[in-house]
Design a protein around this ligand. Sequence first.
Ligand code: KMH
Ligand code: ZN
Length: 294
Amino acid sequence: MTDSSARPPAPARRPGPAGSPATLVTVAPTGAESQKAAVPALPVTLDELVTTARECRASGAAVIHVHIRDDEARPTLDIGRLTDTVQALREATDLIVQLSTGGAVTDSFERRLAVLDAGPDACSLTCGSVNFGDEVFANPWPFIRELYARTQELGVVPEFELFDLGQVATLHRLLADLGAPHGGHVHCDLVMGVPGGMPGDAATVTAAVAALPAGATWSATGVGRASLPVMFAALAAGGHLRVGMEDTISLARGRPVTSNAELVERAAALAELALRPVMTPQDARTMLGVPDHR
Ligand code: KMH
Ligand code: ZN
């Protein structure tokens, strides 16, 4: 038997998005790092991507974060392919289509800027450079500023990707310098557990969230074995979730992911258990300030 009068007071809750406790699930199905030969379930063709998008929508995703591949399954930022991909995903689903402007570590700034010409609903926008395994994912201030200004001109809603706490400081600088994003709402994604970036644990989720701009919403993604700790911490702290084979290719030791939908289903089940069921793409559009272009 417990003495409820002896319990400490419940911690103050951060206000939920638009008064809703629902959970936004973003799927990042492909990324630029895994090889198709090593990870056969990775969607790399347009058909595979569209099938994945449909399955993930049915499993609870509201946003798709898109990297594409060429005919040899290598990462590409070919503008024609990106444009076709945006159209195909819009025709097949009502997901919010978010193109990666991060690309692969080898992509030029020019090609990364040109991604916006494919006309997506949204894009990722990383707020600083970070060691990325043995490589560097380069995002110097002038590039960040130019990319952000271009999202404002073209009416693309950015999601601010944050790989460490220094990048949160850069996000504040960006907003102070150039003002609010298209759509008027700041939404961030904490990318945790990249070798060279912030660790994927509950203490770091708490520290990063405390540093975000007032009124911002956020999701979190844990790379590799950080996936589950970050997911539990994000759900507990009122955040949203990004999952997918860009970040996670094993469900557990010796259990490779067999489809992106499997990861979305797991995220949706945990969100349901946390009494924060998944939100629809329509509700996500309202929260993020993303108009429906379809
Ligand atoms: N592939 C990484 C180098 C993004 O999509 O904006 C960068 C990345 C971030 O995946
Ligand atoms: Zn990405």
